[in-house]
Design a protein around this ligand. Structure first.
Ligand SMILES: [Zn+2]
Length: 250
């Protein structure tokens, strides 16, 4: 099992981060943690150094933070990504969030920044992990326009656009929301197994609003198996293989 999208840098894990990771190591092949704010860069990079063959990292800029970001912070972030490129498995999460951002000028900034990070990923030859909320059409338009190839859409929620995703040969990761959402069930049913990965977005999406942990991908496997009418072992094997090749995990 591999969780391809969680946030181990969040302060929720400050009291017992190493214990959480040890629990994951008992059951899982790898965990991909995602740094979405420049302030979390160093902590994320240290996790990679501490657990080099188990923790893999994505570095990006969540569209929601663009409002508060100073130009200098962005330039520094890009420099740091370039300097540490060998430790970084993908650029993400990047994308568009029109749910938290209503102002048109900030939405325009998000689109510009999104394109900028896509070209950074191309320059560094890295795959990209996408966040998209209430901006699904614009997200796909930009991905198509920039001819992005190695794409993972995290928590994707627009089932009517799945044919476009399949046509482009992109991937979707499914998390605990699949346990209760009909829309996500449809997406999962329609996506080919070779294009599916597992995620938790931990610490969020825990049961009863409690802190979540990457090990809960186990439940997602069972749900996918139910939806696709396949053996859970087959889902585990395929999603692990997909994650390994997408993030270059040995
Ligand atoms: Zn996330």
């Amino acid at each position: 099992m591999i969780d391809v999208h969680c946030h181990l840098e969040q302060k929720d894990y400050n009291p017992d981060r190493d214990k959480v990771i040890k629990r994951c190591q008992k059951k899982m092949d790898a965990v991909v943690t995602s740094c979405a704010h420049p302030d979390d860069f160093d902590l994320t990079l240290n996790l990679k150094k501490q657990y080099p063959n188990f923790i893999y990292i994505c570095i990006g800029l969540h569209p929601e933070y663009i409002k508060e970001l100073k130009p200098k912070q962005k330039t520094t972030l890009i420099e740091k990504i370039k300097t540490n490129k060998d430790s970084i498995s993908a650029i993400g999460e990047i994308g568009l969030d029109y749910y938290w951002t209503k102002e048109e000028d900030y939405r325009e900034k998000q689109r510009q920044m999104f394109e900028q990070f896509i070209s950074l990923a191309k320059e560094l030859n890295k795959p990209i992990v996408i966040h998209s909320r209430d901006a699904h059409e614009d997200t796909l338009d930009i991905l198509e326009k920039t001819e992005a190839r190695q794409v993972l859409l995290h928590l994707w929620g627009a089932n009517q656009l799945v044919p476009r995703i399949i046509k482009n040969n992109w991937n979707i990761s499914f998390g605990p929301i699949l346990l209760r959402s009909k829309k996500h069930k449809k997406i999962c049913r329609d996506m080919p197994l070779e294009k599916i990965m597992l995620e938790t977005d931990s610490p969020w999406f825990g049961e009863n609003r409690q802190r979540n942990e990457p090990t809960s991908v186990e439940k997602v496997i069972l749900r996918i198996a139910e939806i696709k009418k396949l053996d859970p072992k087959e889902i585990d094997k395929a999603t692990t293989q997909n994650a390994k090749s997408f993030f270059t995990i040995k």
